[in-house]
Design a protein around this ligand. Structure first.
Ligand code: URA
Length: 424
Protein backbone atom coordinates (compact mmCIF):
# COMPACT_ATOMS: atom_id res chain seq x y z
CA UNK A 1 0.00 0.00 0.00
CA UNK A 2 1.25 3.46 -0.85
CA UNK A 3 0.23 6.50 1.21
CA UNK A 4 0.87 8.93 -1.65
CA UNK A 5 -1.68 7.20 -3.89
CA UNK A 6 -4.18 7.19 -0.98
CA UNK A 7 -3.70 10.94 -0.46
CA UNK A 8 -4.06 11.59 -4.21
CA UNK A 9 -7.18 9.44 -4.41
CA UNK A 10 -8.90 11.51 -1.70
CA UNK A 11 -7.56 14.72 -3.26
CA UNK A 12 -9.28 13.57 -6.50
CA UNK A 13 -12.59 13.11 -4.61
CA UNK A 14 -12.53 9.32 -4.91
CA UNK A 15 -13.81 6.88 -2.32
CA UNK A 16 -11.18 5.17 -0.16
CA UNK A 17 -11.45 1.46 0.60
CA UNK A 18 -11.44 -0.13 4.04
CA UNK A 19 -7.89 -1.43 3.42
CA UNK A 20 -6.60 1.99 2.41
CA UNK A 21 -8.10 3.72 5.44
CA UNK A 22 -6.91 1.01 7.83
CA UNK A 23 -3.44 1.17 6.33
CA UNK A 24 -3.23 4.97 6.71
CA UNK A 25 -4.35 4.87 10.36
CA UNK A 26 -2.07 1.99 11.38
CA UNK A 27 0.93 3.30 9.46
CA UNK A 28 0.52 6.68 11.16
CA UNK A 29 0.27 5.15 14.64
CA UNK A 30 3.41 3.10 13.89
CA UNK A 31 5.32 6.15 12.58
CA UNK A 32 5.62 4.60 9.10
CA UNK A 33 4.03 7.65 7.50
CA UNK A 34 4.96 11.18 8.48
CA UNK A 35 2.92 14.00 10.09
CA UNK A 36 3.10 15.81 6.74
CA UNK A 37 1.55 12.88 4.89
CA UNK A 38 -1.20 12.38 7.47
CA UNK A 39 -1.89 16.13 7.49
CA UNK A 40 -2.25 16.06 3.70
CA UNK A 41 -4.73 13.19 3.93
CA UNK A 42 -6.69 14.90 6.73
CA UNK A 43 -6.89 18.11 4.70
CA UNK A 44 -8.11 16.16 1.64
CA UNK A 45 -10.80 14.56 3.87
CA UNK A 46 -11.71 17.98 5.28
CA UNK A 47 -12.19 19.41 1.80
CA UNK A 48 -13.71 16.45 -0.04
CA UNK A 49 -15.45 14.65 2.82
CA UNK A 50 -16.08 10.96 3.31
CA UNK A 51 -19.23 8.94 2.75
CA UNK A 52 -20.74 6.84 5.54
CA UNK A 53 -18.81 3.67 4.57
CA UNK A 54 -15.49 5.50 4.65
CA UNK A 55 -16.43 7.11 7.98
CA UNK A 56 -17.28 3.66 9.35
CA UNK A 57 -13.92 2.24 8.16
CA UNK A 58 -12.10 5.16 9.74
CA UNK A 59 -13.97 4.73 13.05
CA UNK A 60 -13.22 0.99 13.01
CA UNK A 61 -9.53 1.45 12.25
CA UNK A 62 -9.21 4.00 15.07
CA UNK A 63 -11.19 1.85 17.52
CA UNK A 64 -8.97 -1.16 16.76
CA UNK A 65 -5.79 0.84 17.36
CA UNK A 66 -6.14 0.36 21.15
CA UNK A 67 -7.94 -1.31 24.05
CA UNK A 68 -11.67 -1.71 24.46
CA UNK A 69 -13.20 -1.68 27.96
CA UNK A 70 -15.16 -4.79 28.82
CA UNK A 71 -18.20 -3.92 30.94
CA UNK A 72 -19.90 -7.28 30.41
CA UNK A 73 -19.42 -8.33 34.06
CA UNK A 74 -21.75 -5.49 35.12
CA UNK A 75 -25.41 -6.50 35.08
CA UNK A 76 -27.97 -4.62 33.01
CA UNK A 77 -27.77 -2.17 30.14
CA UNK A 78 -24.94 0.36 30.46
CA UNK A 79 -25.70 3.75 28.93
CA UNK A 80 -23.04 6.34 28.12
CA UNK A 81 -23.46 10.04 27.42
CA UNK A 82 -21.16 12.40 25.59
CA UNK A 83 -21.25 16.08 24.78
CA UNK A 84 -19.34 17.64 21.88
CA UNK A 85 -18.37 20.36 24.33
CA UNK A 86 -19.58 23.77 25.33
CA UNK A 87 -19.19 26.68 27.71
CA UNK A 88 -20.47 25.94 31.23
CA UNK A 89 -21.39 22.38 30.28
CA UNK A 90 -21.78 20.55 33.58
CA UNK A 91 -24.61 18.32 32.31
CA UNK A 92 -22.90 15.01 33.19
CA UNK A 93 -22.73 16.01 36.87
CA UNK A 94 -26.52 16.17 37.00
CA UNK A 95 -27.54 13.57 34.43
CA UNK A 96 -25.32 10.72 35.65
CA UNK A 97 -26.67 10.71 39.25
CA UNK A 98 -30.29 11.08 38.09
CA UNK A 99 -29.91 8.06 35.81
CA UNK A 100 -27.89 5.97 38.28
CA UNK A 101 -30.32 6.74 41.13
CA UNK A 102 -32.98 4.97 39.06
CA UNK A 103 -30.95 1.82 38.60
CA UNK A 104 -29.36 2.41 35.18
CA UNK A 105 -25.60 2.00 35.45
CA UNK A 106 -23.40 4.85 34.29
CA UNK A 107 -19.78 3.83 33.72
CA UNK A 108 -18.29 7.02 32.40
CA UNK A 109 -14.85 8.00 31.23
CA UNK A 110 -14.43 11.75 30.99
CA UNK A 111 -11.71 14.06 29.80
CA UNK A 112 -9.91 17.20 30.88
CA UNK A 113 -10.72 20.46 29.14
CA UNK A 114 -8.68 22.17 26.45
CA UNK A 115 -9.31 25.69 25.16
CA UNK A 116 -12.65 27.36 25.83
CA UNK A 117 -14.58 24.15 26.55
CA UNK A 118 -14.21 22.57 29.98
CA UNK A 119 -13.77 18.94 30.93
CA UNK A 120 -15.85 17.03 33.46
CA UNK A 121 -12.74 15.63 35.19
CA UNK A 122 -11.48 19.17 35.89
CA UNK A 123 -14.84 20.07 37.39
CA UNK A 124 -14.87 16.97 39.63
CA UNK A 125 -11.29 17.60 40.73
CA UNK A 126 -12.39 20.92 42.25
CA UNK A 127 -13.92 18.73 45.00
CA UNK A 128 -11.28 18.22 47.69
CA UNK A 129 -9.85 14.68 47.61
CA UNK A 130 -11.75 13.53 44.49
CA UNK A 131 -9.85 10.77 42.70
CA UNK A 132 -10.33 10.43 38.97
CA UNK A 133 -7.42 8.08 38.24
CA UNK A 134 -9.08 4.78 39.12
CA UNK A 135 -7.67 1.40 38.20
CA UNK A 136 -9.89 -0.61 35.86
CA UNK A 137 -10.83 -3.00 38.66
CA UNK A 138 -11.88 -0.10 40.94
CA UNK A 139 -13.83 1.42 38.05
CA UNK A 140 -15.82 -1.77 37.42
CA UNK A 141 -16.31 -2.53 41.14
CA UNK A 142 -17.69 0.92 41.80
CA UNK A 143 -20.31 0.55 39.07
CA UNK A 144 -21.28 -2.84 40.46
CA UNK A 145 -21.62 -1.38 43.99
CA UNK A 146 -23.25 2.00 43.47
CA UNK A 147 -24.12 2.12 39.73
CA UNK A 148 -22.07 5.19 38.93
CA UNK A 149 -18.45 6.07 38.24
CA UNK A 150 -16.72 8.88 36.37
CA UNK A 151 -12.98 8.56 35.88
CA UNK A 152 -10.22 9.60 33.57
CA UNK A 153 -9.29 6.95 31.07
CA UNK A 154 -6.24 4.92 32.09
CA UNK A 155 -6.08 2.20 29.43
CA UNK A 156 -4.81 3.15 26.01
CA UNK A 157 -8.18 3.68 24.35
CA UNK A 158 -7.95 4.80 20.73
CA UNK A 159 -4.28 5.87 20.55
CA UNK A 160 -4.88 6.67 16.87
CA UNK A 161 -7.31 9.40 17.90
CA UNK A 162 -4.84 10.88 20.37
CA UNK A 163 -2.21 11.21 17.65
CA UNK A 164 -4.54 12.29 14.86
CA UNK A 165 -6.41 14.77 17.09
CA UNK A 166 -3.15 16.52 18.06
CA UNK A 167 -2.24 16.82 14.40
CA UNK A 168 -5.72 18.10 13.48
CA UNK A 169 -5.38 20.73 16.19
CA UNK A 170 -2.33 22.29 14.50
CA UNK A 171 -3.28 21.78 10.83
CA UNK A 172 -6.70 23.43 10.65
CA UNK A 173 -8.48 20.10 10.25
CA UNK A 174 -10.66 19.97 13.37
CA UNK A 175 -13.92 21.03 11.73
CA UNK A 176 -14.77 18.07 9.53
CA UNK A 177 -17.86 15.91 10.04
CA UNK A 178 -16.25 12.51 9.22
CA UNK A 179 -13.18 13.36 11.32
CA UNK A 180 -15.22 14.52 14.33
CA UNK A 181 -17.69 11.62 14.03
CA UNK A 182 -14.96 8.97 13.85
CA UNK A 183 -13.00 10.60 16.69
CA UNK A 184 -15.99 10.70 19.05
CA UNK A 185 -17.54 7.38 18.08
CA UNK A 186 -14.28 5.41 18.23
CA UNK A 187 -13.83 6.59 21.84
CA UNK A 188 -17.44 5.92 22.80
CA UNK A 189 -17.30 2.43 21.28
CA UNK A 190 -14.02 1.73 23.09
CA UNK A 191 -15.62 2.76 26.41
CA UNK A 192 -17.80 -0.33 26.30
CA UNK A 193 -21.35 0.95 26.98
CA UNK A 194 -24.34 -0.75 25.36
CA UNK A 195 -26.20 2.45 24.40
CA UNK A 196 -24.91 5.90 23.61
CA UNK A 197 -26.62 9.28 24.07
CA UNK A 198 -24.89 12.20 22.35
CA UNK A 199 -25.34 15.90 23.06
CA UNK A 200 -24.30 17.66 19.87
CA UNK A 201 -23.89 21.36 20.57
CA UNK A 202 -24.72 23.90 17.88
CA UNK A 203 -24.27 27.67 17.82
CA UNK A 204 -21.57 30.26 18.29
CA UNK A 205 -19.77 28.44 21.14
CA UNK A 206 -19.88 24.98 19.59
CA UNK A 207 -17.25 23.21 17.55
CA UNK A 208 -19.79 23.08 14.71
CA UNK A 209 -21.59 26.41 14.61
CA UNK A 210 -23.94 25.80 11.65
CA UNK A 211 -27.25 24.08 12.46
CA UNK A 212 -27.46 21.92 9.30
CA UNK A 213 -23.88 20.75 9.78
CA UNK A 214 -24.65 19.88 13.41
CA UNK A 215 -27.64 17.80 12.29
CA UNK A 216 -25.45 16.06 9.70
CA UNK A 217 -22.80 15.31 12.32
CA UNK A 218 -25.47 13.85 14.61
CA UNK A 219 -26.92 11.72 11.78
CA UNK A 220 -23.50 10.36 10.86
CA UNK A 221 -22.72 9.44 14.50
CA UNK A 222 -26.12 7.78 15.02
CA UNK A 223 -25.62 5.77 11.82
CA UNK A 224 -22.09 4.75 12.82
CA UNK A 225 -23.42 3.62 16.22
CA UNK A 226 -26.02 1.47 14.47
CA UNK A 227 -23.39 0.00 12.12
CA UNK A 228 -21.55 -1.16 15.28
CA UNK A 229 -24.87 -2.48 16.65
CA UNK A 230 -24.96 0.08 19.49
CA UNK A 231 -28.18 2.03 19.69
CA UNK A 232 -27.27 5.72 19.56
CA UNK A 233 -29.44 8.79 20.08
CA UNK A 234 -28.23 12.34 19.44
CA UNK A 235 -29.66 15.64 20.64
CA UNK A 236 -28.95 18.90 18.89
CA UNK A 237 -28.73 21.43 21.71
CA UNK A 238 -28.04 25.12 21.95
CA UNK A 239 -24.63 26.66 22.56
CA UNK A 240 -25.33 30.31 21.80
CA UNK A 241 -24.97 31.39 25.42
CA UNK A 242 -23.31 29.82 28.47
CA UNK A 243 -25.12 26.72 29.70
CA UNK A 244 -26.66 27.47 33.09
CA UNK A 245 -25.41 30.21 35.40
CA UNK A 246 -21.72 29.43 35.87
CA UNK A 247 -18.42 29.02 34.04
CA UNK A 248 -15.46 27.64 36.01
CA UNK A 249 -14.83 24.30 37.65
CA UNK A 250 -15.76 24.66 41.34
CA UNK A 251 -18.59 27.06 40.55
CA UNK A 252 -20.03 24.58 38.05
CA UNK A 253 -19.98 21.75 40.60
CA UNK A 254 -21.83 23.98 43.06
CA UNK A 255 -24.37 24.79 40.35
CA UNK A 256 -24.80 21.10 39.56
CA UNK A 257 -25.53 20.44 43.27
CA UNK A 258 -28.09 23.27 43.33
CA UNK A 259 -29.68 21.74 40.22
CA UNK A 260 -29.82 18.36 41.93
CA UNK A 261 -31.57 20.13 44.85
CA UNK A 262 -34.18 21.40 42.38
CA UNK A 263 -32.91 25.00 42.40
CA UNK A 264 -31.30 24.93 38.96
CA UNK A 265 -31.44 27.29 36.02
CA UNK A 266 -34.60 26.38 34.10
CA UNK A 267 -33.01 25.84 30.68
CA UNK A 268 -30.20 23.77 32.13
CA UNK A 269 -32.58 21.67 34.24
CA UNK A 270 -34.70 21.06 31.15
CA UNK A 271 -31.69 19.81 29.22
CA UNK A 272 -30.62 17.51 32.08
CA UNK A 273 -34.10 16.03 32.49
CA UNK A 274 -34.47 15.38 28.77
CA UNK A 275 -31.08 13.70 28.38
CA UNK A 276 -31.67 11.69 31.57
CA UNK A 277 -35.07 10.56 30.31
CA UNK A 278 -33.60 9.14 27.11
CA UNK A 279 -30.86 7.36 29.04
CA UNK A 280 -33.39 5.89 31.49
CA UNK A 281 -35.74 4.91 28.69
CA UNK A 282 -32.91 3.12 26.82
CA UNK A 283 -31.49 1.54 29.97
CA UNK A 284 -34.81 0.29 31.36
CA UNK A 285 -36.54 -0.27 28.01
CA UNK A 286 -39.50 1.86 29.11
CA UNK A 287 -41.49 4.62 27.45
CA UNK A 288 -39.89 8.03 27.30
CA UNK A 289 -42.87 9.63 29.07
CA UNK A 290 -42.51 7.19 31.96
CA UNK A 291 -38.75 7.77 32.10
CA UNK A 292 -39.27 11.54 32.22
CA UNK A 293 -41.63 11.24 35.18
CA UNK A 294 -39.08 9.08 36.98
CA UNK A 295 -36.26 11.55 36.27
CA UNK A 296 -38.34 14.46 37.62
CA UNK A 297 -39.18 12.51 40.77
CA UNK A 298 -35.52 11.58 41.30
CA UNK A 299 -34.72 15.27 41.27
CA UNK A 300 -37.65 16.39 43.42
CA UNK A 301 -37.25 13.66 46.05
CA UNK A 302 -33.52 14.24 46.53
CA UNK A 303 -32.74 10.69 45.32
CA UNK A 304 -30.40 11.97 42.59
CA UNK A 305 -28.63 14.31 45.02
CA UNK A 306 -28.04 11.39 47.41
CA UNK A 307 -26.58 9.38 44.51
CA UNK A 308 -24.25 12.27 43.64
CA UNK A 309 -23.05 12.46 47.25
CA UNK A 310 -22.47 8.70 47.33
CA UNK A 311 -20.54 8.85 44.05
CA UNK A 312 -18.31 11.69 45.26
CA UNK A 313 -17.67 9.94 48.57
CA UNK A 314 -16.75 6.67 46.83
CA UNK A 315 -14.15 8.51 44.78
CA UNK A 316 -12.66 10.11 47.90
CA UNK A 317 -14.22 13.55 47.53
CA UNK A 318 -15.41 15.83 50.32
CA UNK A 319 -18.55 17.51 49.02
CA UNK A 320 -18.40 20.13 51.78
CA UNK A 321 -15.06 21.34 50.41
CA UNK A 322 -15.32 22.55 46.82
CA UNK A 323 -12.68 24.98 45.59
CA UNK A 324 -14.18 28.39 44.84
CA UNK A 325 -12.18 31.64 45.00
CA UNK A 326 -12.88 33.98 47.90
CA UNK A 327 -12.18 37.11 45.84
CA UNK A 328 -15.15 38.41 43.92
CA UNK A 329 -16.34 41.54 42.19
CA UNK A 330 -19.29 42.45 39.99
CA UNK A 331 -19.32 43.69 36.43
CA UNK A 332 -22.35 45.93 35.99
CA UNK A 333 -24.21 47.07 32.91
CA UNK A 334 -23.58 50.52 31.53
CA UNK A 335 -26.93 50.60 29.66
CA UNK A 336 -30.56 49.59 30.09
CA UNK A 337 -32.02 47.00 27.74
CA UNK A 338 -32.88 43.41 26.99
CA UNK A 339 -30.02 40.94 26.62
CA UNK A 340 -30.09 40.00 22.92
CA UNK A 341 -26.90 37.96 22.74
CA UNK A 342 -24.09 36.72 24.98
CA UNK A 343 -20.69 35.93 23.53
CA UNK A 344 -19.98 32.83 25.60
CA UNK A 345 -16.65 32.18 23.89
CA UNK A 346 -15.40 35.62 24.92
CA UNK A 347 -16.53 34.98 28.52
CA UNK A 348 -14.89 31.55 28.49
CA UNK A 349 -11.67 33.08 27.17
CA UNK A 350 -11.70 35.58 30.05
CA UNK A 351 -12.10 32.62 32.42
CA UNK A 352 -9.10 31.05 30.67
CA UNK A 353 -7.11 34.22 31.38
CA UNK A 354 -7.84 33.68 35.09
CA UNK A 355 -6.64 30.08 34.84
CA UNK A 356 -9.97 28.21 34.70
CA UNK A 357 -8.85 26.17 31.69
CA UNK A 358 -5.84 25.15 29.63
CA UNK A 359 -4.29 26.57 26.51
CA UNK A 360 -1.86 23.63 26.35
CA UNK A 361 -2.76 20.15 27.45
CA UNK A 362 -0.23 20.02 30.31
CA UNK A 363 -1.14 23.42 31.83
CA UNK A 364 -2.09 23.55 35.53
CA UNK A 365 -5.54 24.99 36.14
CA UNK A 366 -7.12 27.00 38.94
CA UNK A 367 -10.32 25.21 39.99
CA UNK A 368 -11.64 28.14 42.03
CA UNK A 369 -11.90 30.90 39.45
CA UNK A 370 -14.75 31.63 37.07
CA UNK A 371 -17.91 33.64 36.60
CA UNK A 372 -21.52 33.59 37.70
CA UNK A 373 -23.73 34.85 34.88
CA UNK A 374 -26.58 36.89 36.35
CA UNK A 375 -28.39 37.79 33.14
CA UNK A 376 -29.38 35.56 30.23
CA UNK A 377 -30.75 36.16 26.75
CA UNK A 378 -34.23 37.72 27.04
CA UNK A 379 -33.64 39.21 30.53
CA UNK A 380 -34.07 42.93 31.10
CA UNK A 381 -31.05 44.73 32.57
CA UNK A 382 -30.96 48.17 34.15
CA UNK A 383 -27.91 50.38 34.11
CA UNK A 384 -25.64 49.45 37.08
CA UNK A 385 -27.31 46.05 37.49
CA UNK A 386 -24.93 43.09 37.81
CA UNK A 387 -24.25 41.13 34.62
CA UNK A 388 -21.49 38.89 35.91
CA UNK A 389 -19.86 38.16 39.26
CA UNK A 390 -16.19 37.36 38.75
CA UNK A 391 -14.39 34.87 41.04
CA UNK A 392 -10.69 35.56 40.64
CA UNK A 393 -7.38 34.71 42.17
CA UNK A 394 -4.06 36.16 41.01
CA UNK A 395 -5.20 37.21 37.51
CA UNK A 396 -8.19 39.37 36.67
CA UNK A 397 -10.17 39.26 33.41
CA UNK A 398 -10.85 42.22 31.12
CA UNK A 399 -14.04 43.92 32.29
CA UNK A 400 -14.25 45.59 28.90
CA UNK A 401 -14.44 42.18 27.21
CA UNK A 402 -17.03 40.96 29.72
CA UNK A 403 -19.19 44.01 28.95
CA UNK A 404 -18.65 43.52 25.22
CA UNK A 405 -19.93 39.95 25.56
CA UNK A 406 -23.42 41.23 26.37
CA UNK A 407 -25.35 42.71 23.43
CA UNK A 408 -28.39 44.67 24.62
CA UNK A 409 -31.36 45.86 22.62
CA UNK A 410 -34.60 47.78 23.14
CA UNK A 411 -36.76 44.84 22.19
CA UNK A 412 -37.07 41.55 23.99
CA UNK A 413 -35.66 38.56 22.18
CA UNK A 414 -36.90 35.14 23.24
CA UNK A 415 -33.51 33.63 22.57
CA UNK A 416 -32.86 30.07 21.51
CA UNK A 417 -34.56 26.85 22.56
CA UNK A 418 -32.30 24.62 24.64
CA UNK A 419 -33.08 21.49 22.59
CA UNK A 420 -33.65 21.78 18.84
CA UNK A 421 -34.23 18.20 17.83
CA UNK A 422 -33.33 14.61 18.49
CA UNK A 423 -31.92 12.20 15.92
CA UNK A 424 -32.56 8.49 16.45
N1 URA B 1 -14.43 15.81 20.37
C1 URA B 1 -13.67 14.76 20.02
O1 URA B 1 -13.43 13.85 20.80
N2 URA B 1 -13.16 14.73 18.76
C2 URA B 1 -13.39 15.69 17.86
O2 URA B 1 -12.92 15.58 16.73
C3 URA B 1 -14.17 16.79 18.25
C4 URA B 1 -14.70 16.82 19.52
Amino acid sequence: MNIISIIEKKKDKKKLSSDEITYAVNAYVMNIISDAQMAALLMAICINGMDIDETYYLTKAMLESGDVIDLSSIDGIKVDKHSTGGVGDKTTLVVAPIVASLGVSVAKLSGKGLGHTGGTIDKLESISGFRSNLKEEEFINQVKKIGIVDAEQTKELVPADKKIYSLRDVTGTTRSIPLIASSIMSKKLASGADKIVLDVKTGSGALITDFEDSVNLAKVMVTIGKMFKKQTVAFITDMNEPLGNTIGNGLEVKEAIETLKGNGNERFTDLCLTISSYMISLGKKILLSEAKEMAKKALESGLALEKFKEFVMYQGGDITNIEVSKNTYDVTSIYDGYVRDIDEVMLANECLVMGAGRLNKDDEINHGVGMVIKKHIGDYVRKNEVLVTVYYDDKKPSDENILKSFALSKNKDDGFPIIYTVIK
